[in-house]
Design a protein around this ligand. Structure first.
Ligand code: GTP
Ligand code: MG
Length: 281
């Protein structure tokens, strides 16, 4: 079995930073995690990628092509489709390794995850390569600190979960940037109760008018009762360890590992009472 995290989220939500932080965290525990850059438009990341999709196709090539004439958004979708059509390139680069752990750093175009099928196709391809995958959806915590924004972020996360049908975890990134009062506000939402969120929103005249609609959305979120967010502060090692453990449990990483045993001699029985163990490690 092979293990993978598919790191997704809106533009600038901290995907590449998360990939590199998780890689470094694993290295501090003497574990190797590889990162694959799947963003054909990436300009900067501070990990050394195992595979860099820009070697296959770069957004600039598509945008500069006189026949294609794509802008940045259409161009990115074109690049992603090109990757799927040429998936043998990626398959070859990923090789046929057993028990490896790879994080895929995806592009920041939300449509890819909420309703398009490209990422679904990519997932199928990775599953054929024997990867057990956890979807990791990052949302910048700074955009989640009031009721309506939290509801809209929750809806985005729910769309991704339904569209990709993958074991999934939602992460609130950049917690280190929140003020104390913003953290307090966010705490209220971390066990999302749509009704208390709606009560918060009622003060706004627009929300007053669309109360029934907001209530229906709240009910939808509650009915699925799947959307939960894990706050992440990459500067807090304990927090990083918790998130990694949660994901590792989801993909059952480490469960197939051989149990480490210590050799020891049979106990030397003395008078049937005292038992001495001679332990050789
Ligand atoms: N303080 C702080 N800054 C962060 C964190 N994560 C990301 N950033 C900053 O946010 C900006 C965007 O981070 P990236 O990791 O490039 O985000 P991304 O989601 O990969 O962006 P795209 O690939 O362009 O969609 C950079 O300036 C990062 O330094 C974090 O946890 N804390
Ligand atoms: Mg990135």
């Amino acid at each position: 079995m092979r293990y993978a995290q598919l790191v997704m989220g809106p533009a600038g939500s901290g995907k590449s930073t998360y990939c590199s932080a998780i890689q470094q965290h694993a290295a501090s525990e003497n574990k190797i995690i590889d990162v694959v850059n799947l963003d054909p438009a990436a300009e900067y990341f501070d990990y050394n990628p195992l595979v860099d999709i820009r070697e296959l196709i770069h957004l600039d090539d598509v945008m500069e092509d006189d026949e294609l004439r794509f802008g940045p958004n259409g161009g990115l979708v074109f690049c992603m489709e090109y990757i799927i059509e040429n998936s043998s390139w990626l398959e070859e680069k990923l090789g046929d390794v057993d028990d490896d752990y790879v994080i895929f750093d995806c592009p920041g175009q939300i449509e890819l995850y909420t309703h398009m099928t490209i990422i679904r196709q990519l997932i199928t391809m990775l599953q054929k390569l024997n990867f057990r995958i956890c979807g990791v959806f990052l949302i910048d915590s700074q955009f989640m600190i009031d009721g309506s924004k939290f509801l809209s972020g929750t809806m985005a996360a729910l769309s991704v979960m339904i569209n990709l049908e993958l074991p999934h975890i939602n992460i609130l990134s950049k917690m280190d940037l929140l003020s104390k009062s913003a953290k307090k506000q966010l705490d209220k939402y971390l066990e999302p109760d749509p009704y208390s969120l709606l009560a918060d929103m009622e003060k706004d005249p627009w929300n007053e008018k669309y109360r029934n609609l907001s209530e229906a959305i709240g009910r939808l979120i509650e009915d699925y009762s799947l959307v939960r967010f894990y706050p992440l502060n990459i500067k807090d090692e304990e927090n990083m360890a918790d998130i990694k453990l949660t994901i590792d449990n989801i993909i059952q990483y480490g469960e197939d590992a051989d149990v480490k045993i210590r050799d020891f001699d049979e106990p030397i029985e003395d008078d049937d009472k005292d038992i001495n163990y001679d332990i050789n490690t």
